[in-house]
Design a protein around this ligand. Structure first.
Ligand SMILES: *Cc1c(COP(=O)(O)O)cnc(C)c1O
Length: 363
């Protein structure tokens, strides 16, 4: 079965085999070597300097990392502006609410890009200044890639920090770490890094960690950062998921790093899009505004999602439904994981069979 959902991903044999390495006690040097390698390699993906940045690991899915970032990096008296244009932006607002953070949401239609001028206007009109903005980089709801650089610069000009959910972009899209307004990104092992669920991480500026709040016990970012810097860990980590994360990061480096992964995903996404176009299936978001990681398509006129999903599953592919109100309109194809051009060709052939079969059944 080939997974075309946005994580967990189809594993390479190399990463799968890494799960079988020796059992480790998480209080022994062998584990701390693994933890150190994961943290160093995570910074290495985007060439970050450990003087300025820290990669902080935690056990959990991507949401754990996002929750840790929001709950920790908005300081005690801080104020958060959440930019929402999909399910994951909505989730950040729910996290802020749960922790009783002073926050406000700028809601957008889920098919639209964030309104930069409205956001800047809101920042400048705030009675009490916002200390942070949170945004999703790749909003997996629609495949849209939100522009981080402009928001980071708007933050920097106002002394605020940008907190980014990069869960479905880290390792495959450009992230403007060089922009001073970017304070932190949260991500996970089991999306563009091609490892297994269970290990997640936040990469934050050391200066942001120094000002962190302690609202959560398990996900306390400053505490995790401090202990990990001392080759320590507060709890039992998902040791096997760390093996896979490290192997996924080694494989990423061997394959040419994030730029090469970006090019590979782009080629797959374009192959799928042009194949679907010949079947009359249109992209829901223009390619230029989409990530290379996942693309949303309008459901063909004569197939509903369940028919498409079940027909493809019978042929060896798991695709992904639209969320919320988009469930009856779109389907999504992610190209992350160990996937080749030939897999996409088989996918397009399978969709062609399903569309054709239904067309003749109706006729
Ligand atoms: C997948 C994803 C998450 C986290 O999902 P988990 O199920 O917790 O791993 C968060 N944000 C985005 C943008 C995602 O794509």
């Amino acid at each position: 079965m080939l997974l075309l959902n946005p994580g967990p991903v189809t594993l390479s044999e190399r990463v799968r085999q890494s799960l079988l390495r020796p059992d480790l006690c998480h209080r022994e040097d062998e584990f701390f070597d693994l933890q150190d390698e994961a943290r160093a390699r995570l910074l290495g993906v985007y060439g970050l300097d450990a003087q300025d940045w820290a990669a902080v690991l935690m056990t959990g899915s991507g949401t754990a990392a996002v929750e840790s970032m929001i709950a920790s990096l908005v300081p005690e008296n801080g104020r958060l502006l959440v930019v929402e244009n999909g399910v994951y932006g909505e989730r950040i607002a729910q996290i802020a609410k749960q922790y009783r953070i002073d926050y406000e949401v700028m809601r957008h239609d889920w098919m639209s890009a964030p309104d930069f001028h409205a956001i800047v206007g809101r920042l400048d009109r705030a009675e009490r200044p916002f200390t942070h903005i949170a945004v999703i980089h790749h909003e997996t709801t629609t495949g849209r890639l939100n522009d981080l650089a402009r928001l980071a610069d708007a933050c920097a000009e106002r002394g605020a920090g940008l907190l980014v959910d990069a869960v479905s972009s880290f390792g495959a899209e450009a992230i403007p770490f060089a922009h001073a307004g970017l304070a932190a990104v949260a991500a996970t092992a089991n999306k563009c890094l091609h490892a297994v669920p269970g290990a997640a991480f936040v990469i934050a500026r050391q200066a942001s960690i120094a000002r962190a709040a302690s609202r959560t016990y398990y996900l306390d970012l400053a505490r995790l950062a401090k202990l990990q810097a001392q080759r320590n860990t507060p709890f039992t980590p998902s040791v096997h998921a760390y093996y896979a994360l490290v192997e996924g990061l080694r494989e990423l480096e061997d394959q040419g790093g994030w730029e090469a992964r970006h090019a590979h995903y782009r080629a797959l996404a374009e192959r799928a899009a042009s194949g679907f176009a010949t079947l009359g299936i249109e992209a829901a978001v223009p390619a230029a505004q989409s990530s290379v990681v996942l693309r949303a398509y309008r459901l063909p006129a004569n197939l509903d999602y369940v028919q498409l999903h079940d027909g493809l599953k019978a042929r060896g592919f798991v695709i992904y439904a639209g969320q919320g109100g988009l469930a009856s309109e779109i389907f999504r194809i992610s190209t992350m994981g160990s996937i080749a051009a030939a897999d996409i060709d088989r996918l397009v052939d399978s969709v062609a069979q399903l569309v054709g079969k239904n067309a003749s059944a109706i006729a």
